[in-house]
Design a protein around this ligand. Sequence first.
Ligand SMILES: Cc1cc2nc3c(=O)[nH]c(=O)nc-3n(C[C@H](O)[C@H](O)[C@H](O)COP(=O)(O)OP(=O)(O)OC[C@H]3O[C@@H](n4cnc5c(N)ncnc54)[C@H](O)[C@@H]3O)c2cc1C
Length: 503
Amino acid sequence: MNSSLNAARRRWDLDEARTDVVDVLVVGLGATGAGAALDAASRGLSVAAVDAHDLAFGTSRWSSKLIHGGLRYLASGQVGVAWESAVERDALLRFTAPHLVSAHPYLLPLTPAVSRGQAATLMAGYRMGDALRAAARTPRHLLPGPTRLAARRTLTLAPHLRAEGLRGALLSWDGRVVDDARLVVALARTAAAHGARILTRCRALALSGDGARVRDELTGEEFDIRARAVINATGVWAGELTPSVALRPSRGTHLVLRPGALGELRVGLHVPIPGERARFALVLPQADGRIYAGLTDEPLDGPIPDVPEAPESDIKFLLDVVGTALDRPLRRSDVAGAFAGLRPLVDTADTPGGPAGASTADLSRRHAVLRSPDGVVTVVGGKLTTYRRMAEDAVDAACPHARASRTARLPLVGAGPVRPGPPDRLARRYGSEAWAVRDLRREDPALAEPVALGITRAELVWAVRHEGALDAADLLDRRTRIGLVAEDRAAALPAAEAALAYS
Ligand SMILES: Cc1cc2nc3c(=O)[nH]c(=O)nc-3n(C[C@H](O)[C@H](O)[C@H](O)COP(=O)(O)OP(=O)(O)OC[C@H]3O[C@@H](n4cnc5c(N)ncnc54)[C@H](O)[C@@H]3O)c2cc1C
């Protein structure tokens, strides 16, 4: 079946979803829900999957985009989580999304704040991470091992590091997805290619074991979707539909620094957080030239907002911490934007560190699959890296008689070979579809015009025709990330509206 998602397909799929009884209804189209829709559809089950807003509207677009090998979980004794992460990273790098996920280098500068003993412990940790890589069968050419660099080489890779007292750096590698929202789009489209009905702008109002009351947010119309099994994959909002699910949301903020704010930075940085032994701030150069710097971990009380705000206190904290490693302080004017996401951490009595009083940074990143008395299966917690395993576990629980999951080796849309020719940027974002995106200019040469960050009008039109973008916000905030910087978003808005009208 065709993998294209668009307004016409949505209308058609919506009509069918209202009359059929599907094997599985998935609620929530972040990485976990889109992964569950794919897992179920690729087992041959009939699937409807709804999201109140858009693909990747929730936490999945606010991540650091790391496809972790699990090192930090090893450090906290969570061997099972570490192993699962390494195995899932391997699947993404080698089989399912090699066009979107690749290895990236990170430097941990050995500043006076890092003692020699601490540096030796950190290097031992990186070596254990490398052993995990080998055990997961990820070839070294896809994910090189750690090394120690001299100060001079360190400064070539990160020229704005403070040279004074710098003893060099530890260089390590981990996986990274080019854009977390694109991973979700690829999952949803691959699910659609296996027959899943992907329905954005459809809010579940109430769930039961045999379906959901749903509201079409475009028309306001309410209707039922009937299903033999229901999976709640609404992340940090899961408790609103299934009140027995207890979560402790934690806010993570990233800054978006202007291109060039840190010179020619060619690697990511792990910057030690003063006063903390094993926590680091991250500096993450992006393919579009912007630099993300994160990451806070603050418990959130009260109602869950649709789009969390990054408070000034988080911004100041990150500027201060990252500035400790640089040759000049980072200023507020270096910040072009900021974004925050909410980790859907599971609050359970057997969480390592204990639920009562434990900081959210200590809560386990393990996922949970929970069945409520009415038969709804909720899958929550975990992380982007392990979305596939979460999805598999959820479908196993919801549909115990289904055949086994096939997704560990199932390539996502775009994962095929890329004929040489299109620019690297297109190949990294569209994989084997890069040519088709580029060839849109044959239809109208104006589609080759750039909109922002090297993104062309053709990419916006592609997103409307094939990636389920229904409005300008879908285009600017999720199919592309232009919207992360308010002035870029305002400048690109007319092009987004033109693309919707053109398509
Ligand atoms: C700041 C931060 C950084 C992170 N960095 C990383 C990282 O680098 N690597 C990593 O592996 N993990 C990372 N994580 C974790 C990871 O991002 C999350 O665990 C993951 O994205 C959660 O995905 P999800 O699909 O479960 O939830 P979400 O992405 O939040 O999806 C839930 C969806 O449900 C929808 N929804 C809600 N209510 C309803 C309703 N009533 N009806 C229909 N739909 C509804 C929402 O619109 C949303 O799209 C990070 C998390 C945060 C907060």
